[in-house]
Each structure stands twice: as C-alpha cells, then as structure tokens.
Ligand binder design. Structure first.
Ligand code: GDP
Ligand code: GDP
Length: 436
C-alpha cells in the first residue's frame, strides 16, 4: 500500500509516452482513453527491481483549449502535486529549448526530487549532447533512448534512490480505509460531511505523506475508518482541477489506497460510462466495492423506482453482481450512517480467511453436485484448494490439467464459494494450477 508515484513531465514530442510505455511494459491497460485524447494510458503501476511504484504520463492530460505554455505549466503542476519523484524529460537531439526552460522554472518551485533525463540519445556517440542540459539546473542529466530502451536502468535507479523512506506512514491494521469515487457533483463532499457529522469523533486530520491529499481518520461505534481524500473534494479552483482525465487520475490513486471503494452515483442522473471504467479499475485492483446512489431525496419515486435502478446497475456492471447497493441522501442524511455497517461488512469479507478443510469440503460438495467438465475424453480433476491471500481473497485450485478448467466452471465454483462464505462486496480470485 502507498506505493510512491513517479510523474513524467516535459514539452510535447520529447518521448514521454514512449518512455511511459517502456517502463510500464506489457501491463494490462487500466486507464482507457477518457476524453477522446489520443493516448490511452496515463497511469499505471510499474516496477523496477524490487521497487513498486505508480507512473503518470502527464503529457496525456490534455488541458482543453489553453495555450501551449499553459498546457505545459498545468502538466508540470500536476506532476508536482501528484508525484513523489518527477522525471523531467528533454530531447537531446534538439538541445535545450525555451519550452524546456519554461518547465524548469515551474519545477524549481517544488522541493520534490526531480531527475533530469535526456531522451533520443540512441547511440553512445551522441552522449556529448547531454552537456547542454546541465544549464537547466537539475544536476546530472541521464542519457536515455526510449525507442531503443537504453539507459532506463540508470534513470530508474536514480528515481528509486529518491523515493521517500518506506514506513513513514505506519499501516494500522485496525483502520478501514475507504474512498468515495464518482463524477463531479454526484455529492461526494456532501456525503463525507454527512458521514463525519458532529457527533463523531475525528481522530486526526493529517496530510498524507505521499501526496498532498488530506485523509480523515475517525471512529464510529468503536471502529476506526479513514476516508481517503479524492479528486478535488477539498481543493478546487486551479485550471486543471476540473479536467476529466485529471479527476480520473486522482480517483485511481485514491482507489489504490483504499480497502473499500464507494462508487457514488447521482440518483437523478443515473449511470455514466466513466462510472463503469472506474468500477472496472477498482475490481481489477481487487478492492471491496459498493454502490451508493445519492440524492435519493430528489428522485421522484413510486414503489418500483428502486428496483428499476437496481436492475439498471446490475445490467451495467455485470462483473460486480456481488457489490451491495445503498440508496441515500447526503442532504437529508437518510440512511447515510448505514454506510458504516456496509463498509465494515465488506472490509471483513475482503480480509476473510477460510480454513483449508472447510474450503475443500465446499469444493468437493460443488464437484459432486455439478461434475467438472471433460474435453476429448479428458476430465478435469480437482485435487485440493487453498487460500493464498486476502484483500482480496485468492484461492489456488490444484488440478490435473489447468486447460480443462473453463470459464463457466470457474464461475460456478466462485459462486459456490460466495454462497458458502458470503463474500458480499469483495472480488475473489481463483487460480488454477497443475499439481506437480
Ligand atoms: P511525447 O509527446 O513527449 O509523449 O512524445 P512521444 O512519446 O509521443 O514521442 C514523440 C516522437 O519521438 C515519436 O515519434 C517517437 O517515436 C519519438 N521518440 C521517442 N523516443 C525516442 C528515442 O529514444 N529516439 C528517437 N530517435 N525517437 C524517439
Ligand atoms: P461532489 O462534486 O461529488 O463532491 O458533489 P458535492 O458534494 O459538491 O455536491 C454537488 C451538489 O449536489 C451540491 O449542490 C449539493 O448540495 C448537491 N447534493 C449533494 N448531495 C445531495 C443530496 O443527497 N440530495 C440533493 N438534493 N442534493 C445533493
């Protein structure tokens, strides 16, 4: 948890997205093109040797119709705001340009570490080109070639050396971390205020160590909760704060730091495409998930309205059939406090550990009722299963031939596990392995 974040900044065409893709490699795409911007991914997890981190390509955050220099400024400010370490990328073939100096001036204002990289140094003969870049004032420039994959190791060593000390933020096991995610104006801030209320004790209100986010820890009925600060919930006003891509980026970062994600939907408006993408990310990240339909006070209702809305959610989020749905109003506070019980229940399921003996009884029983499939005379045999992780629960099923485990049978086994152990609100994973 709380992986450091690295952002790449630099004027257009220096190779930011090339470098991003190189570092991220073949990871599954987690951020789709949100606002019709050409580049797909601007945020992803990545690793270098033993370091895990998140990487942002600020070049993919398009700041609408702002002039060129304003765009670059906003991207650099986002890097300063969101990252623990900044990679300042330049183009060795063109030397230092005015736009590079413009970026440098903005980066001078931050105390965060900046590592300067000079890209497009495609062969050793070109290394002399980096000397020009000392003038930018960020120390030794690292020569790299994004297209040839040269020099990235040294660059990432320097980046990793600048990561904040691990363990600054002590992970408290007894705290449930959750975030409210949703499009602007669905009522996230209002919900936070309604949740906090006057009667609840605010334990602390501290700035997160890895970002400038403000998390709030408080206690309700003997349980500690931490609300992870999200996109513009408290800070509003800067030119880029309202950019859709930026708010998605903030949401993804908040999801990474949460145990349970509350996907907030405006009851007056219904479900939007962006809700689906964000929910998909939360599920991929293995987080506990629930839906909160807010502004229920403002919805004209008859006795079928809630059922219809529920059907609509189920239809749009087929892969999240396990996520509970709450209908609330931040304005009238209707049912708001019941969210605590839900969050707690989900968090318990998310961390649930099943004894191997009980697990295997359930699997045996499932197989007896619905025999495993066979293919060309070969039948899947399940030897035993064991839980190997929590948050979310992960099970390894040892079998004779993993290819014989089809999606539909896996789904059947998952459903049996859900029926038996009640994993409401949490994804579960099943991994099939050949018994050696
Ligand atoms: P961005 O606008 O900063 O994200 O830049 P891109 O990653 O889109 O790259 C701009 C152009 O530079 C593309 O045509 C890339 O193929 C090219 N490019 C990127 N890295 C290198 C490199 O290391 N060497 C060379 N010769 N070209 C590169
Ligand atoms: P955020 O952008 O998601 O944080 O949304 P806000 O909390 O700022 O709320 C956006 C607008 O919706 C504000 O005008 C709120 O007063 C209004 N609002 C929030 N929750 C409710 C609710 O439960 N019912 C009604 N009728 N309005 C609400």
């Amino acid at each position: 948890m709380n992986k450091p974040t690295v952002a790449i900044v630099g004027r257009p065409n220096v190779g930011k997205s090339t470098i991003f893709n190189r570092i991220v490699g073949e990871r599954i795409s987690i951020v789709e093109d949100v606002a019709g911007v050409t580049r797909d991914r601007i945020y992803s997890s990545a690793d270098w040797l033993s370091h895990d981190f998140n990487l942002i390509d600020t070049g993919g955050i398009d700041i609408g119709d702002e002039p060129f220099l304003e765009q670059i400024r906003a991207q650099a400010e986002i890097a300063i705001e969101e990252a623990d370490v900044i990679i300042f990328l330049t183009n060795g073939r063109e030397g230092v340009t005015d736009a590079d100096e413009h970026v440098a001036k903005i980066l001078y204002k931050t105390k965060k570490p900046v590592v300067l990289a000079v890209n497009k140094i495609d062969n050793p003969d070109m290394r002399d080109m980096i000397y020009d870049f000392y003038s930018l004032g960020f120390g030794d420039p690292y020569p790299i070639s994004g297209s040839h994959g040269i020099g990235l190791g040294d660059l990432l060593d320097a980046v990793a050396a600048s990561f904040p000390e691990a363990g600054e933020e002590v992970e408290e096991d007894d705290v449930i971390r959750f975030s409210l995610i949703g499009r602007p104006n669905v009522g996230k801030s209002s919900l936070v205020n309604a949740l906090l209320g006057e009667e609840r004790v605010i334990v602390s209100d501290v700035a997160g160590t890895t970002t400038d986010a403000i998390d709030t820890t408080y206690e309700f009925e003997g349980q500690k909760y931490k609300i992870i600060d999200t996109a513009g919930m408290r800070k509003k006003g800067k030119v880029y704060e309202n950019m859709e891509k930026y708010s998605v980026l903030r949401a993804l970062k908040a999801i990474d730091r949460s145990d349970v994600v509350l996907i907030v939907i405006n009851g007056e408006e219904g479900i939007r495409e962006q809700d689906k993408r964000i929910a998909g990310y939360a599920e991929e990240a293995g987080k506990g998930i629930m839906f909160v339909v807010n502004k229920w006070d403002a919805v004209e209702k008859d006795d079928k309205t809630m059922n219809r809305f529920t059907e609509d959610i189920r239809k749009n989020f087929l892969f999240l059939d396990y996520a509970p749905i709450s209908y609330v109003s931040a304005k009238t506070k209707q049912r708001v406090t019941t969210l605590f019980d839900q969050i707690k229940m989900i968090s318990e399921n998310h961390a649930l550990r099943i004894q191997s003996s009980v697990l295997n009884e359930v699997i045996e029983d499932a197989v007896a009722r619905n025999p495993a499939p066979s293919d060309k005379g070969r039948r899947l045999r399940i030897y035993y299963a064991t839980q190997v992780a929590v948050k979310p629960p992960v099970f390894i099923v040892f079998v004779n031939e993993p290819e014989l485990m089809h999606f539909s049978y896996e789904r059947f086994l998952q459903n049996r596990l859900r029926e038996s152990f009640g994993f409401e609100g949490t994804p579960i994973r099943l991994i099939t392995r050949a018994r050696s």
